[in-house]
Design a protein around this ligand. Structure first.
Ligand SMILES: Cc1cc2nc3c(=O)[nH]c(=O)nc-3n(C[C@H](O)[C@H](O)[C@H](O)COP(=O)(O)OP(=O)(O)OC[C@H]3O[C@@H](n4cnc5c(N)ncnc54)[C@H](O)[C@@H]3O)c2cc1C
Length: 267
């Protein structure tokens, strides 16, 4: 059994957010972090590794420096990494990104008890589309918003799927894809032993030539030219003005509020 965890390196939005003149994010000048939900997916996989001894493979599509993130995840306990990286993949939107990652997973091969895990959502693109799209492209059953995962050992998993006002327990056959939310667990830290050993483990690089014979790789469905969506503009919204607290009793405040809204032609 192996668990493939898809992990995205994202800009650290608590720092400076830089936008290029063409409106796209200037990722090179921003600090990066591991997408928070993806750490929960890695932790879920590592817990299953602790229980079953399965292999955990961390996969990212990104520029060459993303290898460092994979090493950090190996230091947490993952067994190996795969970096999907190539100029042909640049400019991909969610459709093309999922196409390429799905091809990478196909290249690794999925056995009947394997599981693919993703975070629910990346904090930069914020679409939550990539996980479900990978599942569709690999024809895998999927469960999103996992709050608990139990591997039954008979080719099935039971996933607690969290909803706004409750949850559903769903049984699903493997191989399958699960997207994870932060309520699932608390990610562990890298261990000292893991940090010392992380450069001895393998990080394979899948470039265009590695994946070009995979059926999902078609120059028309990857990279900028294969992306049906494009960012036209991105910007930081202006700060809102300070709020105003109305004084007086309920009637006075209601009258004043109605007066303000009337003046603004809201009512
Ligand atoms: C409308 C639109 C247009 C865009 N146009 C462009 C463009 O023209 N050029 C451009 O460069 N980018 C573009 N992007 C950004 C790009 O599509 C996303 O960065 C990328 O596809 C991932 O989508 P997301 O961030 O929404 O991830 P989500 O779908 O929110 O991520 C969910 C999960 O999928 C997995 N995942 C996502 N991305 C990766 C990855 N790279 N590696 C491994 N796992 C991953 C992670 O587990 C993650 O938690 C666009 C995005 C949008 C929404």
């Amino acid at each position: 059994m192996k668990i493939i965890v898809c992990v995205k390196q994202v800009p650290d939005t608590s720092g400076k957010v830089a936008v290029k003149p063409d409106g796209t994010l200037d990722r090179a000048s921003m600090l990066t972090i591991i997408n928070p939900d993806d750490l929960n997916a890695v932790e879920a996989a590592l817990k299953l590794k602790d229980e079953t001894g399965c292999e955990v493979v961390v996969v990212t599509m990104g520029p060459p420096p993303a290898e460092r993130m994979l090493r950090e995840l190996i230091a947490m306990g993952a067994d190996r990494g795969v970096l999907i990286s190539g100029r042909e993949f640049g400019g991909s939107d969610t459709f093309a990104t999922s196409q390429i990652i799905a091809a990478g997973i196909q290249h690794m091969g999925l056995d009947k008890d394997d599981i693919v895990m993703c975070g629910r959502q990346a904090i930069d693109g914020d679409t939550a589309q990539v996980g479900p799209q990978i599942a569709e492209k690999l024809n895998l059953p999927q469960i999103t918003y996992a709050g608990d995962i139990e591997v039954k050992g008979d080719g099935t998993v039971i996933v607690k799927r969290m909803l706004e006002d409750g949850f559903m327990n769903i049984k699903m056959k493997t191989p399958c894809l699960i997207t994870c939310i932060k309520e699932l667990n608390t990610p562990r830290y890298m261990s000292t032993y893991g940090i010392f050993g992380c450069y001895e483990k393998t990080v394979d690089v899948f470039d265009y030539n590695t994946l070009k014979d995979e059926p999902l790789i078609d120059p028309n469905t990857i990279g900028l030219q294969g992306s049906p969506t494009n960012i036209l503009i991105s910007f930081t919204p202006p700060l809102k003005g300070a709020g105003r607290i109305l004084e007086g009793d309920d009637k006075e405040r209601a009258t004043e509020l109605a007066h303000i809204l009337e003046k603004k032609h809201v009512i």
